[in-house]
Ligand binder design. Structure first.
Ligand SMILES: Nc1nc2c(ncn2[C@@H]2O[C@H](COP(=O)(O)OP(=O)(O)OP(=O)(O)O)[C@@H](O)[C@H]2O)c(=O)[nH]1
Length: 258
């Protein structure tokens, strides 16, 4: 039996793959009918919205935000980016992530949240930030309207509904709100307005998670899959495990071997 210690193994500098290949790129195509309908419905509701809250997974802050949003629901209204699930990343990296994300642009402000935490760290900052942005912007067609409407958008399973329920709970102390679930695609249509605050009076529309119909590159698609924004059976576990192994090797993360 050949016995190779971990130290010897790592000093061999093995040749790892330079790029990741999928046996079939079609596994990264996921745009069921409810997403198309949802996107159209979101565009139709825009007139009655004062601010867009885009929720994304903090583990992939620079990958996989739906580029379609830029040309449809974003751009005209104030827009903040919530990077959620910070319980799953090294929080020492948050200031660096914030700098890079702000440099990339595409939102007026960035807030980190952890909705796993009972107090939902970060959520308290959201309404004051949103109200400030709305007050500093022109409320097209809505200057006379006393109440405020927000729309939560993002790719599937990043925690949009959970986040909405936390805002509601922390402001009006009520449970319920929007249905949530561990599988991508729980919310399948734009919700009715959900009250999340009485003073100021604020309502939120929850929306279905929308995957981009065109994944720009395989690695972005695989990162989105590993963060469970699509359904595992579509991409398949073996492909996901293989990509994870490829990523670990590429980034010289060998602790998994131990
Ligand atoms: N670890 C962790 N899990 C979270 C967090 N926020 C939400 N989740 C979990 O993520 C899963 C998806 O949450 P949802 O709120 O249903 O996500 P969504 O974006 O509304 O999903 P769609 O309906 O697919 O669009 C659930 O299992 C939540 O419990 C978080 O901050 N950290």
């Amino acid at each position: 039996m050949v016995h190779v210690s971990l130290r010897n193994f790592c000093s061999i500098t093995p040749k790892f793959r330079d790029y990741f290949k999928l046996p079939n790129n079609n596994v990264l195509r996921w745009f069921p009918g409810h997403m198309n309908r949802g996107l159209k419905d979101m565009e139709n509701k825009l007139r009655s919205v004062d601010c867009i809250i885009e929720v994304h997974d903090a583990r992939i802050p620079l990958s996989g935000r739906n580029p379609q949003f830029k040309n449809t629901v974003c751009g005209i209204k104030p827009h903040i980016l919530i990077l959620n699930k910070t319980d799953l990343i090294d929080n020492k990296k948050l200031p660096d992530i914030e700098k890079v994300v702000k440099k990339e642009g595409g939102a007026n402000d960035v807030i980190f949240t952890n909705c796993r935490d009972e107090k939902c760290k970060g959520v308290q900052k959201v309404l004051p930030t949103v109200m400030q942005l709305i007050r500093n912007s022109t409320r097209y067609n809505r200057a006379e309207v006393k109440e405020f409407s927000l729309m939560v958008i993002g790719v599937p399973n990043v925690g949009k509904s959970t986040f909405l329920n936390h805002i509601r709970k922390s402001n009006i102390k009520k449970g319920g709100g929007a249905p949530t679930g561990a599988k991508a695609g729980i919310t399948r249509s734009v919700s009715n307005r959900i009250k999340v605050s009485t003073d100021p009076l604020v309502y939120v529309f929850d929306t279905p998670g929308i995957w981009t119909p065109y994944i720009p590159d395989i690695e972005t698609g695989m990162k989105l899959a590993l963060c469970e924004t699509t359904q595992d059976h579509l991409v398949q576990f073996l492909n996901m495990a293989d990509y994870l192994l490829y990523w670990f090797n590429k980034n010289k993360q060998f602790s998994a071997v131990e």
